[in-house]
Design a protein around this ligand. Structure first.
Ligand code: NAP
Length: 369
Protein backbone atom coordinates (compact mmCIF):
# COMPACT_ATOMS: atom_id res chain seq x y z
CA UNK A 1 0.00 0.00 0.00
CA UNK A 2 1.63 3.27 -1.13
CA UNK A 3 1.03 6.20 1.16
CA UNK A 4 1.42 9.64 -0.37
CA UNK A 5 3.06 12.10 1.98
CA UNK A 6 2.13 15.80 1.87
CA UNK A 7 3.82 18.73 3.53
CA UNK A 8 1.64 21.28 5.32
CA UNK A 9 2.37 24.75 6.69
CA UNK A 10 -0.06 26.40 9.10
CA UNK A 11 -0.43 30.11 9.93
CA UNK A 12 -2.46 30.82 13.07
CA UNK A 13 -2.49 28.50 16.07
CA UNK A 14 -5.61 29.65 17.89
CA UNK A 15 -8.86 27.71 18.32
CA UNK A 16 -8.95 26.62 14.67
CA UNK A 17 -5.23 26.02 14.07
CA UNK A 18 -4.81 23.97 17.25
CA UNK A 19 -7.99 21.99 16.46
CA UNK A 20 -6.56 21.25 13.02
CA UNK A 21 -3.35 19.88 14.51
CA UNK A 22 -5.46 17.82 16.93
CA UNK A 23 -7.47 16.20 14.13
CA UNK A 24 -4.33 15.49 12.09
CA UNK A 25 -3.37 13.21 14.99
CA UNK A 26 -6.84 11.79 15.71
CA UNK A 27 -7.53 10.99 12.02
CA UNK A 28 -4.05 9.78 11.13
CA UNK A 29 -4.97 6.08 10.82
CA UNK A 30 -8.23 6.81 8.95
CA UNK A 31 -6.40 9.07 6.48
CA UNK A 32 -3.83 6.38 5.77
CA UNK A 33 -6.35 3.58 5.39
CA UNK A 34 -9.12 5.33 3.49
CA UNK A 35 -7.25 7.93 1.46
CA UNK A 36 -3.68 6.55 1.44
CA UNK A 37 -2.29 9.91 2.52
CA UNK A 38 -0.11 11.13 5.37
CA UNK A 39 0.76 14.65 6.40
CA UNK A 40 3.83 16.23 7.92
CA UNK A 41 3.67 19.73 9.31
CA UNK A 42 6.84 21.45 8.12
CA UNK A 43 6.08 25.00 9.28
CA UNK A 44 3.82 26.80 11.75
CA UNK A 45 3.47 30.47 12.68
CA UNK A 46 1.68 32.50 15.32
CA UNK A 47 1.85 36.17 16.33
CA UNK A 48 5.25 35.65 17.99
CA UNK A 49 7.10 33.98 15.12
CA UNK A 50 7.48 30.64 13.40
CA UNK A 51 8.86 27.13 13.73
CA UNK A 52 10.26 25.15 10.80
CA UNK A 53 11.45 21.60 10.26
CA UNK A 54 11.52 20.09 6.75
CA UNK A 55 11.40 16.59 8.28
CA UNK A 56 8.22 17.38 10.22
CA UNK A 57 7.53 19.28 13.43
CA UNK A 58 6.48 17.59 16.66
CA UNK A 59 2.74 18.35 16.88
CA UNK A 60 2.57 17.53 20.58
CA UNK A 61 5.35 20.04 21.31
CA UNK A 62 3.49 22.73 19.37
CA UNK A 63 0.24 22.08 21.24
CA UNK A 64 2.07 22.05 24.59
CA UNK A 65 3.69 25.41 23.83
CA UNK A 66 0.34 26.95 22.81
CA UNK A 67 -1.39 25.51 25.90
CA UNK A 68 1.34 27.21 27.97
CA UNK A 69 0.51 30.45 26.07
CA UNK A 70 3.94 30.51 24.44
CA UNK A 71 4.83 31.28 20.85
CA UNK A 72 6.08 28.44 18.67
CA UNK A 73 9.13 30.67 18.13
CA UNK A 74 10.28 29.50 21.60
CA UNK A 75 10.43 25.82 20.57
CA UNK A 76 14.02 24.51 20.96
CA UNK A 77 16.01 24.04 17.71
CA UNK A 78 13.06 24.73 15.36
CA UNK A 79 11.66 28.05 16.69
CA UNK A 80 12.40 31.28 14.77
CA UNK A 81 11.79 34.62 16.51
CA UNK A 82 13.18 36.37 13.41
CA UNK A 83 10.52 34.97 11.05
CA UNK A 84 6.88 36.07 10.87
CA UNK A 85 4.03 34.21 9.18
CA UNK A 86 4.48 36.04 5.86
CA UNK A 87 8.22 35.28 5.78
CA UNK A 88 7.39 31.65 6.47
CA UNK A 89 4.92 31.59 3.55
CA UNK A 90 7.62 33.13 1.34
CA UNK A 91 10.22 30.48 2.16
CA UNK A 92 8.70 27.25 3.49
CA UNK A 93 8.85 24.15 1.28
CA UNK A 94 5.26 22.98 1.58
CA UNK A 95 2.57 21.55 -0.69
CA UNK A 96 -0.35 23.24 1.06
CA UNK A 97 -0.53 26.28 3.32
CA UNK A 98 -3.42 26.59 5.78
CA UNK A 99 -4.38 30.09 6.86
CA UNK A 100 -6.16 30.58 10.22
CA UNK A 101 -5.09 34.01 11.43
CA UNK A 102 -7.70 36.58 12.58
CA UNK A 103 -10.00 38.36 10.13
CA UNK A 104 -9.00 41.90 9.17
CA UNK A 105 -11.65 43.50 7.00
CA UNK A 106 -9.74 46.76 6.49
CA UNK A 107 -6.35 45.64 5.14
CA UNK A 108 -6.80 41.86 5.18
CA UNK A 109 -3.46 41.48 6.95
CA UNK A 110 -1.66 39.22 7.44
CA UNK A 111 -3.91 36.69 5.65
CA UNK A 112 -4.08 38.36 2.25
CA UNK A 113 -0.29 38.74 1.92
CA UNK A 114 0.28 35.18 3.14
CA UNK A 115 -2.25 33.83 0.62
CA UNK A 116 -0.76 35.83 -2.27
CA UNK A 117 2.79 34.76 -1.34
CA UNK A 118 1.88 31.07 -1.21
CA UNK A 119 -0.11 31.09 -4.47
CA UNK A 120 2.67 33.00 -6.21
CA UNK A 121 5.07 30.20 -5.21
CA UNK A 122 2.70 27.53 -6.54
CA UNK A 123 1.64 26.42 -3.05
CA UNK A 124 -2.05 25.56 -2.69
CA UNK A 125 -3.95 27.39 0.06
CA UNK A 126 -6.78 26.39 2.38
CA UNK A 127 -8.40 29.32 4.16
CA UNK A 128 -10.35 29.48 7.41
CA UNK A 129 -9.76 33.24 7.44
CA UNK A 130 -12.44 35.00 5.37
CA UNK A 131 -10.60 38.33 5.14
CA UNK A 132 -8.57 37.62 1.98
CA UNK A 133 -11.69 36.50 0.07
CA UNK A 134 -13.79 39.40 1.31
CA UNK A 135 -11.25 41.88 -0.03
CA UNK A 136 -9.79 40.16 -3.08
CA UNK A 137 -11.95 37.25 -4.24
CA UNK A 138 -11.55 37.89 -7.98
CA UNK A 139 -7.80 38.45 -7.80
CA UNK A 140 -7.21 35.28 -5.73
CA UNK A 141 -9.51 33.24 -7.96
CA UNK A 142 -7.46 34.31 -10.99
CA UNK A 143 -4.19 33.38 -9.26
CA UNK A 144 -5.55 29.92 -8.38
CA UNK A 145 -7.50 27.10 -10.00
CA UNK A 146 -10.81 28.65 -8.91
CA UNK A 147 -11.36 30.59 -12.07
CA UNK A 148 -11.07 27.41 -14.14
CA UNK A 149 -12.44 24.69 -11.98
CA UNK A 150 -15.35 23.94 -9.75
CA UNK A 151 -14.71 20.97 -7.47
CA UNK A 152 -13.90 18.48 -10.21
CA UNK A 153 -16.43 19.91 -12.66
CA UNK A 154 -14.47 21.40 -15.57
CA UNK A 155 -15.71 24.84 -16.38
CA UNK A 156 -13.11 25.52 -19.04
CA UNK A 157 -14.76 26.09 -22.38
CA UNK A 158 -14.53 23.18 -24.78
CA UNK A 159 -11.49 23.55 -27.03
CA UNK A 160 -9.70 25.96 -24.69
CA UNK A 161 -6.25 24.70 -23.78
CA UNK A 162 -5.45 23.84 -20.18
CA UNK A 163 -2.52 25.84 -18.76
CA UNK A 164 0.88 24.11 -19.16
CA UNK A 165 1.53 24.39 -15.42
CA UNK A 166 -1.61 23.83 -13.34
CA UNK A 167 -2.41 26.71 -11.04
CA UNK A 168 -2.26 26.10 -7.28
CA UNK A 169 -5.57 25.28 -5.64
CA UNK A 170 -7.50 27.63 -3.36
CA UNK A 171 -10.18 26.19 -1.07
CA UNK A 172 -12.23 27.91 1.62
CA UNK A 173 -15.18 25.74 2.55
CA UNK A 174 -14.49 26.47 6.26
CA UNK A 175 -15.13 30.17 5.63
CA UNK A 176 -18.88 29.94 5.07
CA UNK A 177 -20.41 28.13 8.02
CA UNK A 178 -17.65 25.91 9.44
CA UNK A 179 -18.25 22.26 8.55
CA UNK A 180 -21.58 23.00 6.83
CA UNK A 181 -21.06 22.21 3.11
CA UNK A 182 -22.54 25.59 2.11
CA UNK A 183 -20.18 26.22 -0.78
CA UNK A 184 -19.91 22.62 -1.93
CA UNK A 185 -23.70 22.22 -2.21
CA UNK A 186 -24.04 25.40 -4.23
CA UNK A 187 -21.07 24.86 -6.55
CA UNK A 188 -21.18 21.11 -7.00
CA UNK A 189 -24.49 19.59 -6.01
CA UNK A 190 -26.78 22.18 -7.56
CA UNK A 191 -24.91 22.11 -10.87
CA UNK A 192 -27.30 22.90 -13.72
CA UNK A 193 -29.80 24.76 -11.52
CA UNK A 194 -30.75 28.40 -11.48
CA UNK A 195 -30.52 29.50 -7.86
CA UNK A 196 -33.34 31.93 -7.16
CA UNK A 197 -32.81 32.59 -3.49
CA UNK A 198 -30.44 31.67 -0.69
CA UNK A 199 -31.43 32.06 2.95
CA UNK A 200 -28.84 31.30 5.58
CA UNK A 201 -27.83 31.63 9.20
CA UNK A 202 -24.07 31.82 8.86
CA UNK A 203 -22.89 33.28 12.14
CA UNK A 204 -22.77 30.81 15.01
CA UNK A 205 -22.02 33.42 17.67
CA UNK A 206 -25.10 35.60 17.09
CA UNK A 207 -27.35 32.59 16.52
CA UNK A 208 -26.35 31.03 19.84
CA UNK A 209 -26.77 34.44 21.50
CA UNK A 210 -30.30 34.92 20.10
CA UNK A 211 -31.41 31.45 21.18
CA UNK A 212 -29.86 31.96 24.66
CA UNK A 213 -31.49 35.40 25.01
CA UNK A 214 -34.90 33.83 24.27
CA UNK A 215 -34.47 31.85 27.49
CA UNK A 216 -33.81 35.05 29.45
CA UNK A 217 -29.99 35.14 29.35
CA UNK A 218 -28.60 38.65 29.01
CA UNK A 219 -26.80 39.82 25.87
CA UNK A 220 -23.43 39.94 27.68
CA UNK A 221 -23.82 36.50 29.32
CA UNK A 222 -24.74 35.03 25.94
CA UNK A 223 -21.69 36.61 24.27
CA UNK A 224 -19.32 35.39 27.00
CA UNK A 225 -20.74 31.87 26.59
CA UNK A 226 -20.00 31.95 22.82
CA UNK A 227 -16.48 33.24 23.48
CA UNK A 228 -15.80 30.48 26.02
CA UNK A 229 -16.70 27.90 23.38
CA UNK A 230 -14.17 29.42 20.95
CA UNK A 231 -16.72 30.20 18.22
CA UNK A 232 -16.67 34.01 18.50
CA UNK A 233 -14.41 36.04 16.24
CA UNK A 234 -11.18 37.34 17.79
CA UNK A 235 -13.04 40.71 17.62
CA UNK A 236 -16.65 39.69 18.50
CA UNK A 237 -18.04 43.00 17.19
CA UNK A 238 -17.63 41.51 13.69
CA UNK A 239 -20.24 38.93 14.75
CA UNK A 240 -22.60 41.25 16.64
CA UNK A 241 -22.80 43.93 13.95
CA UNK A 242 -23.44 41.42 11.19
CA UNK A 243 -20.12 41.82 9.35
CA UNK A 244 -19.02 38.22 9.74
CA UNK A 245 -22.30 37.00 8.18
CA UNK A 246 -22.03 39.67 5.47
CA UNK A 247 -18.51 38.54 4.55
CA UNK A 248 -19.71 34.95 4.29
CA UNK A 249 -22.61 36.03 2.10
CA UNK A 250 -20.20 37.95 -0.12
CA UNK A 251 -18.03 34.85 -0.53
CA UNK A 252 -21.09 32.70 -1.27
CA UNK A 253 -22.31 35.20 -3.86
CA UNK A 254 -18.93 35.18 -5.63
CA UNK A 255 -18.22 31.47 -5.38
CA UNK A 256 -21.70 30.03 -5.95
CA UNK A 257 -23.81 32.70 -7.64
CA UNK A 258 -21.02 33.98 -9.92
CA UNK A 259 -21.87 37.43 -8.67
CA UNK A 260 -18.74 39.64 -8.45
CA UNK A 261 -19.83 41.59 -5.39
CA UNK A 262 -17.87 43.07 -2.51
CA UNK A 263 -18.82 43.67 1.10
CA UNK A 264 -20.13 47.14 0.31
CA UNK A 265 -22.86 45.55 -1.86
CA UNK A 266 -24.45 43.90 1.20
CA UNK A 267 -27.00 45.83 3.25
CA UNK A 268 -26.03 44.98 6.85
CA UNK A 269 -27.78 45.27 10.21
CA UNK A 270 -26.58 43.32 13.27
CA UNK A 271 -28.25 42.18 16.48
CA UNK A 272 -26.98 44.89 18.84
CA UNK A 273 -30.36 46.64 19.05
CA UNK A 274 -32.44 43.49 19.64
CA UNK A 275 -33.87 43.03 23.12
CA UNK A 276 -34.85 39.88 25.00
CA UNK A 277 -38.46 41.18 24.96
CA UNK A 278 -38.53 41.41 21.14
CA UNK A 279 -37.27 37.84 20.85
CA UNK A 280 -39.85 36.58 23.32
CA UNK A 281 -42.69 38.53 21.62
CA UNK A 282 -41.76 36.91 18.30
CA UNK A 283 -41.95 33.49 19.99
CA UNK A 284 -45.45 34.37 21.27
CA UNK A 285 -46.47 35.18 17.66
CA UNK A 286 -45.23 31.76 16.50
CA UNK A 287 -42.06 33.22 14.98
CA UNK A 288 -38.34 33.18 15.66
CA UNK A 289 -35.88 35.94 14.94
CA UNK A 290 -32.66 34.88 13.23
CA UNK A 291 -29.81 36.92 11.77
CA UNK A 292 -30.73 36.12 8.18
CA UNK A 293 -28.23 36.32 5.33
CA UNK A 294 -30.29 36.61 2.15
CA UNK A 295 -29.41 36.55 -1.55
CA UNK A 296 -32.48 37.26 -3.64
CA UNK A 297 -32.43 37.05 -7.43
CA UNK A 298 -33.47 40.34 -8.97
CA UNK A 299 -35.76 40.61 -11.96
CA UNK A 300 -34.24 42.00 -15.18
CA UNK A 301 -36.27 45.24 -14.85
CA UNK A 302 -35.14 45.85 -11.24
CA UNK A 303 -33.48 49.29 -11.45
CA UNK A 304 -32.37 49.13 -7.84
CA UNK A 305 -29.23 47.01 -8.20
CA UNK A 306 -26.42 46.47 -10.70
CA UNK A 307 -26.04 42.81 -9.70
CA UNK A 308 -28.25 39.80 -10.45
CA UNK A 309 -28.77 39.23 -6.69
CA UNK A 310 -29.74 41.58 -3.89
CA UNK A 311 -27.80 40.83 -0.71
CA UNK A 312 -28.70 41.61 2.88
CA UNK A 313 -27.99 40.57 6.46
CA UNK A 314 -30.54 41.55 9.06
CA UNK A 315 -32.54 40.21 12.02
CA UNK A 316 -35.62 38.60 10.46
CA UNK A 317 -38.66 36.91 12.00
CA UNK A 318 -39.34 33.53 10.39
CA UNK A 319 -42.28 31.20 11.01
CA UNK A 320 -41.31 28.54 13.53
CA UNK A 321 -41.61 25.73 10.97
CA UNK A 322 -38.99 27.34 8.67
CA UNK A 323 -35.84 25.15 8.50
CA UNK A 324 -33.71 27.98 9.89
CA UNK A 325 -36.16 28.74 12.74
CA UNK A 326 -36.20 25.13 13.90
CA UNK A 327 -32.44 25.16 14.62
CA UNK A 328 -31.11 25.17 18.18
CA UNK A 329 -28.44 27.59 19.39
CA UNK A 330 -25.52 25.42 18.29
CA UNK A 331 -26.63 25.17 14.68
CA UNK A 332 -26.14 27.13 11.48
CA UNK A 333 -28.05 26.50 8.28
CA UNK A 334 -28.51 27.30 4.62
CA UNK A 335 -31.53 26.93 2.33
CA UNK A 336 -31.15 27.07 -1.46
CA UNK A 337 -34.26 27.66 -3.60
CA UNK A 338 -33.77 26.49 -7.18
CA UNK A 339 -35.72 26.22 -10.41
CA UNK A 340 -35.28 22.47 -11.03
CA UNK A 341 -33.87 20.89 -7.84
CA UNK A 342 -36.52 22.23 -5.50
CA UNK A 343 -35.46 23.43 -2.07
CA UNK A 344 -32.18 22.07 -0.71
CA UNK A 345 -31.14 22.76 2.84
CA UNK A 346 -28.32 21.84 5.20
CA UNK A 347 -27.63 22.52 8.83
CA UNK A 348 -24.62 21.95 11.02
CA UNK A 349 -24.33 21.67 14.80
CA UNK A 350 -21.00 22.96 16.06
CA UNK A 351 -20.08 23.43 19.69
CA UNK A 352 -16.46 24.47 19.20
CA UNK A 353 -13.85 25.10 16.50
CA UNK A 354 -13.19 21.43 15.69
CA UNK A 355 -15.77 21.21 12.84
CA UNK A 356 -14.15 24.25 11.20
CA UNK A 357 -10.83 22.42 11.35
CA UNK A 358 -12.61 19.38 9.88
CA UNK A 359 -13.73 21.57 6.97
CA UNK A 360 -10.09 22.54 6.39
CA UNK A 361 -9.15 18.87 6.36
CA UNK A 362 -11.91 18.20 3.80
CA UNK A 363 -10.41 20.94 1.60
CA UNK A 364 -6.91 19.51 2.02
CA UNK A 365 -8.17 16.09 0.91
CA UNK A 366 -9.95 17.66 -2.04
CA UNK A 367 -6.63 19.17 -3.12
CA UNK A 368 -4.40 16.13 -2.60
CA UNK A 369 -6.80 13.84 -4.37
N1 NAP B 1 -13.37 29.79 15.66
C1 NAP B 1 -14.22 29.33 14.76
O1 NAP B 1 -15.13 28.55 15.06
C2 NAP B 1 -14.05 29.75 13.31
C3 NAP B 1 -14.96 29.27 12.34
C4 NAP B 1 -14.75 29.59 10.99
C5 NAP B 1 -13.70 30.42 10.63
N2 NAP B 1 -12.86 30.91 11.61
C6 NAP B 1 -11.75 31.78 11.20
O2 NAP B 1 -10.51 31.14 11.50
C7 NAP B 1 -9.54 32.12 11.83
C8 NAP B 1 -8.92 31.76 13.18
O3 NAP B 1 -9.93 31.74 14.16
P1 NAP B 1 -9.57 31.35 15.65
O4 NAP B 1 -10.85 31.20 16.37
O5 NAP B 1 -8.60 30.22 15.66
O6 NAP B 1 -8.80 32.66 16.13
P2 NAP B 1 -7.90 32.85 17.44
O7 NAP B 1 -8.23 31.78 18.43
O8 NAP B 1 -8.00 34.27 17.84
O9 NAP B 1 -6.40 32.55 16.92
C9 NAP B 1 -5.74 33.37 16.02
C10 NAP B 1 -4.34 32.81 15.80
O10 NAP B 1 -3.69 33.64 14.83
C11 NAP B 1 -2.44 34.07 15.36
N3 NAP B 1 -2.11 35.38 14.86
C12 NAP B 1 -2.63 36.58 15.17
N4 NAP B 1 -2.04 37.55 14.46
C13 NAP B 1 -1.09 36.93 13.71
C14 NAP B 1 -0.09 37.39 12.80
N5 NAP B 1 0.05 38.69 12.49
N6 NAP B 1 0.71 36.47 12.21
C15 NAP B 1 0.61 35.16 12.51
N7 NAP B 1 -0.30 34.66 13.37
C16 NAP B 1 -1.13 35.55 13.96
C17 NAP B 1 -2.61 34.09 16.86
O11 NAP B 1 -1.32 34.01 17.44
P3 NAP B 1 -1.09 33.82 19.04
O12 NAP B 1 -1.37 32.34 19.29
O13 NAP B 1 0.34 34.14 19.19
O14 NAP B 1 -2.03 34.73 19.71
C18 NAP B 1 -3.46 32.83 17.05
O15 NAP B 1 -2.63 31.69 17.08
C19 NAP B 1 -10.25 33.47 11.83
O16 NAP B 1 -10.00 34.12 10.61
C20 NAP B 1 -11.72 33.10 11.94
O17 NAP B 1 -12.58 34.01 11.30
C21 NAP B 1 -13.00 30.59 12.91
Amino acid sequence: MTIRSNRLALCGLGNVGRSFLGILRSQEALLRERYRVAFTVVGVADSGGAALDPTGLDIEAILLAKRAKQSVATLPNVGRTDMNALAMAQTVDADILLEATPVDLQQGKPGIDITRAALRRGISVVLANKGPLALAYTELAEKSDLADQSWGMRRRAVGEEAPAVPKPALRFSACVGGAMPTINIGRRDLAGCRIDRVEAVLNGTTHSMLRAMETGMSYIEALIDAQKRGIAETDPMLDIHGWDAAVKLTILANAVLDCPVSLSDVSVEGIALLSTEELQEAMDRGERIVLLALAKRTSPDDQDTKHPYKLSVRPTALPQNHPLARMDGHEMGVVYYTDIAGRASATTRERDAVPTAAAMLRDVLDIVQ
